[in-house]
Every structure is written in structure tokens, then in C-alpha cells.
Design a protein around this ligand. Structure first.
Ligand SMILES: [Cu+2]
Length: 373
């Protein structure tokens, strides 16, 4: 790859030098010989044909991209609002695609048709009210429609409220990992602040121990969600801007130090069901074929891959940003309850003040922190 880049740079430098030499030669030319540089009819015709060639090139590369890269798009949305979001995006794509296909053809065709010819004069045409009306009113109607529909969808999606007994989950971002916290038995998150973080006592998220809502909170490194139940997410960041991105659920929200941001969605497809989705099966197959090749060559990261939902960071937050992810498992209510019953609450995880003074406490705290990793 580096060799290709170096070669590309050398070629570009050579072209630049060649162009500069040409400019220098031109500047040295005397006035009488400069007529050779005026485009002839044949030059204009050739340029007209080149416009057509370029038109075929952009159409060709469009068709090629559709054929080759459609498969890398996300599978069907796994959240209640995702379908509406996808429809809005596809309608916008379709309109842009339709308009650009026609306007590019017209642009290049007129470039050819009205190329320069000896004796041909441009027509002076001041204005045409009807034409101007048409090309103003159509974009106005289409854009207003898209914007109003978009605003309506946005308001719907961003409406975080307590209706339908939502599950309350905190997503905590730090360089470079995610931690999730559930409200516990009472489904209420205890107060927290980065100033209260106490690693020696395994209070890694800085929960306020005096808050009665904090004791039953459950802190985990794998997010489990029951299918069909609304989840209200509250995001915090410990250090820099991060962004909680859950692509399969069409959800993203920035995590900002010093404030709590929110997002809410209802997962509609369990992990098991999503693994049966034809697009996902194909993607897993393709990925594992590549991994098998890597394994044969003895390269790292070549274990077979199984599909899982993920929470990713979508803000370039530092050197290990690319690796900042958390597995999400969407399962049935029973499976979720069984999993939750096995988790340790914050008050049980916390190392008590009286033991914190002896030497074992630090080791014990490290073990508790290790449990979270
Ligand atoms: Cu990040």
C-alpha cells in the first residue's frame, strides 16, 4: 500500500513539473505564434465527445458501486423507529439519484450541443418567467416535504419519555471502553459524578453511595436487552467527546463530559432472530471466508465470527477509538430476567470502608474491577 502511495506521489510530482514547464513555455511565447493555442472546431468537437465519455464513466461507476457495495449496507433495522428512519433515508436517496441522473445527462449533452464553432454566435436570452417558476417551485415543494417529514420523524425518535415502563440504562463512555449500568430493582439510576470515582473501592462509575437509588444498580460489561421493551438510555462521558452508536438499531447520541444525554428505542428483533436474517447470514459467510484465508496464512484476528449487535464509539476520541465497543444481546424477557438475576448489585460490588484500610482491599478492588473488564 505504501509503495502504491509513493508511486502515486511521484507520478503526481512529475505531472506537476511537466505542467509548470508548459506554463513557462507559454509565458515565453511571442504574440504572433500564440494563435496555435486557440481551440479549433476539431478541438471543440473532441472535447464534446470527451464530455459524453465522462458521462458514461460516472453512470458506469454508479452501476458498479450499486452492484459491488450494496451488500455492505446494514441489515433490516432492529428497532421500532428504525423502519421509518430507513424509509426517510431511501426516499431521499431515490430523489437525489433520479435528479442527478437526469441533470448530469442534460449538463453534458448541452456542453456538447452548444460547443464553440466558427461563425456561431451565442443567443442573448434575458429570462423566462415560466421556466424560472418551474425550477423554483418543484425543488421548494420536494425539499419542504422532505424537511417536514424529517422534522416529524426526528421529533418522534428523540422524544425520550417515561411512558410504557421503559427499562433505564446508563451508557458510560471513557477512553477506551464502555460500561453499562441498569437502574436495578427500582429501575432508577442512582446519582453519579466523575468526582466520586474511587477505584480502590471499585466505585468505577462514581456512584453516590448516599443515594438510596444507587445500591441496587447493576454495572456490566455486556448489554442485555429484553425484546419488545422500550429502553431509555442516559449517556455520560468520563473524559472526552464520545458517541454511542448502535447501527443495527439506527441509534446514535453523543456522550459529552459534564452532561447527561438521552436516547430511547425499542429493540424488536432478538440476536438469535437477527442471526437468521438472510443478509446477516451472507455477511457472516463472506467475513468468515476472509478470516479462513487469514487463518491459513497464520495471521491474527482470524477466528470465525458470529453476528452480534454492538455499541460502537462514533467520535474519533483517541488512539484506541476503533476498538471501543460493547456487545449487545437482545433476548426474550425470561432470558433477560435469568441473566439479570445472576448480576451483582453495586452495593455488593463495592468494597466497604472498614475493609478498605487493610492491604487485601486493594487486591479485592482490583478483582472487582477485573470482573468488569
Ligand atoms: Cu470514544
Amino acid at each position: 500500500m505504501t509503495t502504491v502511495l509513493i508511486l502515486a506521489v511521484l507520478v503526481l510530482v512529475a505531472i506537476a513539473i511537466w505542467q509548470m514547464t508548459k506554463i513557462f513555455e507559454l509565458s515565453q511565447m511571442r504574440a504572433e505564434s500564440s494563435n496555435a493555442e486557440v481551440a479549433s472546431d476539431a478541438d471543440n468537437k473532441n472535447n464534446g465527445y470527451l464530455l459524453f465519455a465522462f458521462l458514461i464513466f460516472i453512470y458506469g461507476i454508479t452501476i458498479f458501486s450499486f452492484a459491488k457495495y450494496t451488500k455492505v449496507l446494514l441489515p433490516e433495522a432492529a428497532s421500532a423507529h428504525g423502519g421509518e428512519y430507513d424509509t426517510l433515508m431511501w426516499v431521499s436517496f431515490a430523489i437525489i439519484f433520479f435528479v442527478q441522473t437526469i441533470t448530469q445527462a442534460l449538463l453534458h449533452y448541452f456542453g456538447y450541443k452548444y460547443r464553440g464553432e466558427k461563425g456561431k454566435k451565442a443567443l442573448f436570452y434575458a429570462d423566462n418567467d415560466r421556466l424560472e417558476f418551474i425550477w423554483t417551485i418543484i425543488p421548494v415543494i420536494v425539499l419542504a416535504g422532505l424537511i417536514i417529514w424529517g422534522l416529524y420523524s426526528w421529533t418522534n425518535i428523540m422524544d425520550v419519555n417515561d411512558e410504557d415502563n421503559p427499562l433505564v440504562v446508563e451508557l458510560y463512555a471513557q477512553q477506551f471502553n464502555w460500561t453499562a449500568r441498569y437502574g436495578g430493582e427500582d429501575n432508577v439510576l442512582g446519582d453519579a459524578s466523575v468526582r466520586l470515582i474511587d477505584i480502590n473501592r471499585a466505585n468505577v462509575l462514581g456512584l453516590d453511595e448516599s443515594d438510596p437509588n444507587a445500591g441496587d444498580d447493576v454495572i456490566v460489561k455486556e448489554l442485555h436487552l429484553p425484546v419488545g421493551r422500550k429502553v431509555n438510555f442516559y449517556m455520560r462521558s468520563q473524559d472526552v467527546l464520545h458517541s454511542a452508536y448502535m447501527p443495527h438499531f439506527r441509534a446514535q447520541m453523543n456522550c459529552v463530559p459534564g452532561m447527561i444525554t438521552e436516547f430511547s428505542f425499542t429493540p424488536t428483533i432478538t440476536t438469535e432472530e437477527m442471526r437468521m436474517n438472510p443478509d446477516v447470514i451472507e455477511k457472516v459467510k463472506r467475513t468468515n471466508a476472509i478470516r479462513a484465508e487469514k487463518a491459513a496464512a497464520g495471521e491474527p484476528n482470524s477466528d470465525p465470527w458470529e453476528f452480534d449487535y454492538v455499541l460502537l464509539c462514533n467520535k474519533i476520541c483517541g488512539t484506541s477509538h476503533y476498538n471501543m465497543q460493547l456487545k449487545i444481546i437482545v433476548e426474550t424477557e425470561e432470558e433477560y430476567n435469568a441473566w439479570m438475576a445472576e448480576q451483582t448489585t453495586f452495593s455488593n460490588m463495592l468494597i466497604k470502608e472498614d475493609t478498605a484500610s487493610n492491604g487485601d482491599a486493594v487486591e479485592s478492588a482490583n478483582n472487582n474491577v477485573a470482573m468488569l473488564e
